[in-house]
Design a protein around this ligand. Sequence first.
Ligand code: ATP
Length: 612
Amino acid sequence: MLNRLFTTFERLVDPTGPAPPEPPPSGLVPFCRYFLRQMPGLVVRLFVGGFAVALLDTAIPITIGRLTGLLSTSPPATLFAEAWPQLLLMAVIVLVVRPGTLLLQILTINQALGPGMANLIRWQSHFHVVRQSWSWFQADFAGRIANRVMQVGPSLRESLVMSADAVWYLLVYGASAMAVLLLFDARLIAPIAAWFVLYGVLMRLFVPLLRDSSRAVSEQRSLLTGRVVDAYTNILTVKLFARAQDEDDFVRAGFDEHTQAYRAQTRMMTRWVACLAFLNASLLTSMAGLSLWLWSRGEIAVDSVVTAMPLAWQLTNMAGWVGRSITGIFENIGQVQDAMRSVAQPRTMPDAPGAGLLQVTGGGIAFERVTFGYGSERGVLHGIDLAIRPGERVGLVGPSGAGKSTLVNLLLGFHRPEAGRILIDGQDIALVTQESLRHRIGMVTQDTSLLHRSIRENIAYGRPGASEAEVEDAARRAHADAFIMDLEDWQGRRGYGAHVGERGVKLSGGQRQRIAIARVVLKDAPILVLDEATSALDTEVEAAIQEQLEGLMQGRTVIAIAHRLSTIARMDRLVMLNAGRIVEQGTHAELLSRGGPYARAWTRQSGGFAGA
Ligand code: ATP
């Protein structure tokens, strides 16, 4: 029965429900509304439930007051006979209505909003963050972004639930206390009214300070997490350069800043709670003084004093609790605001409005006066004009920093040219969806990082739904099958089922690269980009793979980047870049006979012997 109740409430929110297509907006209120409007019934239920619970809580001191009234006016012998309806009503409220309402409210908070709302917000935040462009991720710490995505869900839920409780309690309790006292004597509400005014003044003073200090702590925590995760991610560099001490200093500085911000926040909280304690003490004393004075003059009865005192006492208790809740609310709002810096960001590099799908017929590529420099004045590529015929195999060569990777990253749509355009089979790539563009380009990069999944899943990433036989065939063609058969992971999974560790760290560089090649073999895209694709392989494996790559290149348009010129000497055309400009192009033989920069580089690499 209870389990059925739990399930009913748990089903009210689908934690992995589809995210709205547009990213969350940047203002705090619109940001909260973005998620809350997906569960309007629940938000209403939370506030109505909070209101009902607060209202019923005021019934307790009123009940005590009524009981005292009954005892002082009814003769003991006839108490039950005369007052049974009132006593029964009190019993029903205390025994049935109040616990029932509380249970409903707890079910809403714990079962419906608990994991459901927190994870819905996290899931949809992740959904948008993961769609940000590659350069967006390059500009921040992965640890900080992850921290923000994980904290935003619980923080938003907590601030909502706490507000529903705190705000209602204070308003409902204060208003009903005043209404009850008004029935006894209008003068009794004066201390409460004065208390409310001063409470409002204190709130106005402290809320912005509490909010700012909470946000500062949250920012420092995200920064600190970023630094810690960065040290763990780059642990090899840290160890290789024996920089643990410096890393300690860097992280310690983060801790120091966090402690400082944290102390400022807790000081502010203590100030706020202390002011509140004095205010509450004044309410209690003034209420006691006033009601006793009125009673001594015979203007109010004893039940008024007995009701007024616990009402004031409960109000001050409530205010203390609300005070603590308010610091909690702002702590959570601070965390939401910090998280918004990563989550509520407009999508970087969205597809052009109405972008179509790229249709590749032959695979011809044209760079037309392409200029790009990551926004810097100096620029990286300057007016590149390069037309690649369908099925042509082009080798890109040039010194480090010449702009080779930048050029292929532009082709993959990771950045937009600052001037000029790039066409594939006559279609401007800025006007097609990035997904369809990357779908048609297979790429093998210099540093392949694999997903922390099985080898099979890593290869099948190239073509979702590929059969077992297709995966194995691709692995064979990339010369990866032999070492895959020997793999066994820490959980005893073998071969294609073995997991590869985070980023594939449990494989050698050459093994990772062969998995990456198998993935691209499976992808079977008409355009192939090889960025130092065989750099991590030993000469023997490289020769074998080179042969496979030759096969793979058949009928595809290829752009291959290589520093080792011998690996691309057989391409149809070699294009030499220097400082962002094409300085010469032609076949290997043509360039050698020309005796220009390519010939000089070739001579250097082949140890002084010019000739293929
Ligand atoms: P290598 O052969 O060493 O890989 P490359 O010819 O591929 O070099 P690129 O990686 O394209 O050269 O870099 C060209 C220039 O662009 C370099 O000066 C580099 O500092 C700059 N650059 C590369 N990536 C970025 C980036 N994300 N933001 C700003 N500048 C960048």
